[in-house]
Design a binder for this molecule. Structure first.
Ligand code: 6PG
Length: 492
């Protein structure tokens, strides 16, 4: 009979799983490692895990038998059907009150469903975002757990011990019910897509308009990394740009310009559309990856479709050019995070989740891919006012965007003049200008809808009259020969 000594069971010995086990063992926890392919367990125990508080399990039964109660079993396996299969295999061996944690990039509706099903069976289920890649898993990831709240006191110590720390605080807090942990991770990934796209646009402008070499661009990123843009993604970009291949040429320039994606950014954009939230920057970041992927078609179009050419002396003041770009990146990033938090706020409202915004910002502050100095300011903004309606209503961010906007506008104008695409910079600015417009041209749009489809419109209170009553759906016979019957109203 196996001895129940394990504090945590971990299923899945791919790179994230192995590193998380080592991390937990370093923090004094005894971890039971299981993988369907037994040889993976044996190899891990004989190498990386040797001499550490890590024991192997030969089967699901063995894994369960080696864990202290309530058992805590974390799955770090491929999202989708494999998670359901493993849960089905695990459950018959568990007792009520045992805890299953899914640490993969699961889609939050799946987590909602699993949470419902397992709750009925008395099993506590946690869907946890885990971010930070290999290094994060090994030395401190950002962890975003949500689901059965009763599980939290049992896993809190393990999770907060192994998580990254930011100014001494763990980048891990309880997110909320059901699939909210995975939801927050999904938005994190969407923001990650946005941050990456913004950086790529800045690089492209420096390269194509400024004619900077990769080394020079790397130096710019190095400098930016000491200011408001200080972040993991800026830092790795700096390093990528100065990484030479064996022939002494920058490796990055040899990489095929077609972006891959596993779907979390797309899920965020789809969810934003479902919830009617204008999360435009993440949407553009996803579409930019899609556009990059149709390389052959772009190749043909590049021969057929004309655009401006960039003259050699397009930039007169290099310093100003770089400064403007930094402002463009900073302002666009503020918009992206404001949009991300708008989405989280709407999700909380629509799904009936009580989410903790300051904790979400803190969880993203360290350990994860989007970690940055900037998130310290967001944490502060939400700590000062947890119900902040929009990040742009916070004094710090409102004044930061105000200060950055002339450089931001100049960068976009310059790129448009010379035909360099800036989908993320531009959509951020369009959002900003739309958001700060009390009046948008949707009045005309409503008129058009009513003209061709009798979709009705509402009248401005100050323009109400006997035939245009306020708070009523009005249909006008615009042509004289249309009918007076309005179509039913669909509100997105
Ligand atoms: C993280 C990352 C990670 C994600 C990769 C790849 O937080 O550690 O978000 O979860 O899987 O970044 O994502 P794409 O393949 O979709 O770019």
């Amino acid at each position: 009979m196996s001895k129940a000594v394990g504090d945590l069971g971990l299923v899945g010995l791919a790179v994230m799983g192995q590193n998380l086990i080592l991390n937990a063992a370093d923090h004094g926890f005894t971890v039971v490692a299981y993988n369907r392919t037994q040889s993976k367990v044996d190899r891990f125990l004989a190498n990386e895990a040797k001499g550490k508080s890590i024991i192997g399990a030969t089967s699901i039964e063995d894994l369960v038998a080696k864990l202290k109660k309530p058992r805590k079993i974390m799955l770090l396996i491929k999202a989708g059907a494999p998670v359901d299969i493993l849960i089905r295999e695990l459950v018959p061996h568990l007792d009520k009150g045992d805890i299953i944690i899914d640490g993969g990039n699961s889609h939050f509706p799946d987590t909602n469903r699993r949470y419902e099903e397992l709750t009925k069976q008395g099993i506590l289920f946690v869907g946890s975002g885990v971010s930070g890649g290999e290094d994060g898993a090994r030395f401190g990831p950002s962890l975003m757990p949500g689901g059965s709240a009763e599980a939290w006191p049992h896993i809190k110590n393990i999770f907060q011990s192994i998580a990254a720390k930011s100014d001494g605080e763990p980048c891990c807090e309880w997110v909320g019910p059901a699939g909210s942990g995975h939801y927050v991770k999904m938005v994190h990934n969407g923001i990650e897509y946005g941050d990456m796209q913004l950086i790529c646009e800045a690089y492209d402008i420096m390269k194509r308009i400024g004619r900077f070499t990769d080394k020079e661009i790397s130096e710019v990123f190095d400098k930016w990394n000491t200011g408001v843009l200080d972040s993991f993604l800026i830092e790795i970009t700096r390093d990528i740009l100065k990484f030479d291949d064996v022939d002494g040429k920058p490796l990055v320039e040899k990489i095929m310009d077609t972006a891959g994606q596993k779907g979390t950014g797309k899920w965020t954009a789809i969810n934003a559309l479902d919830l009617g939230m204008p999360v435009t920057l993440i949407g553009e970041a996803v579409f930019s990856r899609c556009l990059s992927a149709i390389k052959d078609e772009r190749k043909r179009a590049s021969k057929l479709l004309a655009g401006p050419t960039v003259p050699k002396n397009a930039i007169h003041d290099r310093q100003q050019f770089v400064y403007d770009l930094e402002q463009a990146l900073y302002a666009s990033k503020i918009i992206s995070y404001a949009q991300g938090f708008m989405l989280i706020r709407e999700a909380a409202r629509s799904y009936g989740w009580k989410l903790n915004n300051p904790a979400i910002a803190l969880m993203w502050r360290g350990g994860c891919i989007i970690r940055s100095i900037f998130l310290a300011e967001i944490t502060k903004a939400y700590r000062d006012d947890p119900d902040l309606e929009n990040l742009l209503f916070n004094k710090f961010f409102a004044s930061a965007v105000t200060k950055a906007q002339s450089g931001w506008r100049r960068s976009i104008a310059l790129a448009a003049t010379y035909g360099v695409p800036t989908p993320a910079f531009s959509t951020a600015l369009a959002f900003y200008d739309g958001y700060r417009s009390e009046r948008l041209p949707a009045n005309l749009l409503q008129a058009q809808r009513d003209y061709f489809g009798a979709h009705t419109f509402r009248v401005l209170p100050e323009c109400a009259s006997a035939h245009l009553p306020v708070d009523k759906d009005i249909h006008i016979n615009w042509t004289g020969h249309g009918g007076n019957i309005s179509s039913s109203t669909y509100q997105a």
